[in-house]
Design a protein around this ligand. Structure first.
Ligand SMILES: [Zn+2]
Length: 471
């Protein structure tokens, strides 16, 4: 009997020791892994907290985030049991399940969530716990992010005067931004056109002076807001309005009749050069379908590719004087021609033609409309053999339907340098040059760029005035 009592007592002691050990070691188990994505280094007037938290099974029982500055700690958010499916306590907090083990928490950082925030150093601390030992204990971990708080937005203001913008056309501004490292330019509706240091336009001014080319696209409303913008590294933003006048332009409407013979000539060639395009031309039905894919989808894909070429631009104006129109050419189509396509007398498609079709005779030399650097020289979908020349600060020119290309990418070309011969490659009904100007990758009317008065008044005058401005 006594032996049994002793045995039971021993058993109880061992069990208690095991439990105490388990409790002790559970508390020492690693807490959740915390990764702070944002803010990185700087925190502005508005920012985003972006954190990932990882634990086995995605089980957390406490997540808190706080900011400490000059000995004062401000709570940003607290999540209790986010894994239990409870709604986040703050509707601005967004939770996403990244994997079974990992959640992502985002929350705005602004004057509302961080009242009393001051310029200078601060630390963001994220703490997270997870249940261990059947929920009897919690093991926690934390991560810090040191940030510098900057609350002063950049200053931006216009310097140039008399801004006139034709619908579908371009314009230029000279402006000042401080600090000069802030990202800045002109915003036209949803589109942003970057500014470049004015030294790249021959203006020996202080680094705060910038030049930006921008456009009001043919499909943007005449009342689209146009303003200067600036955004610093910490995300602080500012804007400034400037005086401008917008002039409507009448865009032509035209009818294009396509027939089987035309489709049989152009579609197999385009398909051969465009492997990602999976179209069949085996039957008349399929040929028409293929034509519509080329005229619609491929046209849009080509436009997206052309927009990307803007990233290759250099921050200096490489051109001088008016751009040259193809010599002795017959203008066959204007800019932003609204085309309705007919096959067998029925309407099959509608597209807008964004360029000028210039015809002379077959196989004539095509020359660079102004000085620049070749950034693309290859087959480009509906444009066939094409060349894109960068003239700097986002201004580029495109030449399409060439029979042969005589230049290579990265090659500098002088004004008037031959870049190829005209032809009818791509979606072309006959031998002609498809020519368009681009501003930050957007197709704009070349008529202005051909006009020496426009060049003088819209660009050169403003640069001259900026040069003579006392700094
Ligand atoms: Zn064309």
């Amino acid at each position: 009997m006594r032996a049994l009592i002793r045995f039971l007592f021993l058993l109880a002691v061992v069990a208690a020791l095991v439990l105490a050990g388990a409790y002790y070691f559970a508390g020492r188990a690693a807490g959740p892994q915390i990764e702070i994505h944002r803010p990185t280094r700087l925190l502005g007037r508005t920012g985003t907290l972006d954190v990932s938290i990882q634990a086995p099974g995605g089980r957390f029982n406490d997540v808190t985030v706080a900011l400490t500055q000059q000995g004062r700690t401000v709570p940003i958010l607290q999540l209790l049991n986010p894994d239990a499916g409870g709604a986040p306590p703050d509707p601005r907090t967004k939770l996403t399940q990244e994997t079974g083990d990992r959640i992502r928490v985002t929350h705005p950082l602004d004057r509302q969530t961080l009242p009393g925030l001051r310029e200078g150093a601060a630390v963001i601390t994220v703490t997270a716990g997870r249940p261990v030992l059947f929920g009897l204990r919690t093991t926690a971990s934390s991560a810090d992010r040191r940030v510098e708080v900057r609350l002063t937005p950049p200053k931006v203001s216009i310097l140039s005067t008399h801004h006139y913008i034709n619908h579908g056309g371009s314009e230029m501004v000279v402006y000042r931004v401080d600090p000069p490292g802030a990202e800045s330019g002109v915003r036209v509706g949803q589109l942003q056109y970057p500014g470049y240091p004015a030294t790249g336009a021959g203006v020996q001014a202080d680094p705060t002076v910038k030049v930006a080319f921008f456009a009001l696209l043919y499909d943007q409303d005449l009342n689209t807001p146009i303003e200067l913008f600036a955004r610093d590294e910490a995300g602080n933003q500012s804007r400034a309005s400037f005086d401008y006048r917008v002039f409507p332009k009448a865009f032509r409407k035209s009818r294009i009749d396509v027939d089987t013979r035309f489709m049989e000539r152009v579609i197999p060639e385009i398909a051969d050069h465009t492997p990602e395009l999976s179209v069949s031309t085996a039957s008349a039905d399929e040929l028409l379908k293929a034509y519509l894919v080329v005229n619609g989808d491929l046209r849009r894909k080509n436009a997206a590719f052309i927009r990307e070429q803007a990233r290759t631009t250099v921050p200096e104006i490489l051109w001088a004087g008016a751009f040259a129109q193809l010599g002795n050419s017959q203008v066959e189509s204007g800019f932003a021609d609204y085309r309705t396509y007919y096959f067998d007398g029925r309407e099959i498609d509608r597209q807008v033609h964004l360029g000028f079709d210039l015809a002379v005779t077959a196989n004539v030399p095509i020359v660079a409309a102004n000085a620049g650097r070749v950034v693309f020289a290859d087959y480009l979908g509906i444009y066939g053999n094409s060349v894109i020349i960068d003239h700097g600060m986002g201004v580029q020119s495109l030449y399409g339907h060439l029979s042969s290309i005589g230049v290579k990418p990265q090659q500098n070309v002088a004004n008037g340098r031959e870049i190829g011969k005209s032809g009818m490659t791509g979606l072309a009904g006959g031998d002609h040059l498809h020519f368009t100007m681009l501003v930050d990758g957007q197709m704009v009317s070349p008529v202005e760029w051909w006009d020496p008065h426009w060049i003088e008044d819209r660009v050169l005058r403003k640069l001259r005035e900026a040069r003579s401005r006392p700094s």
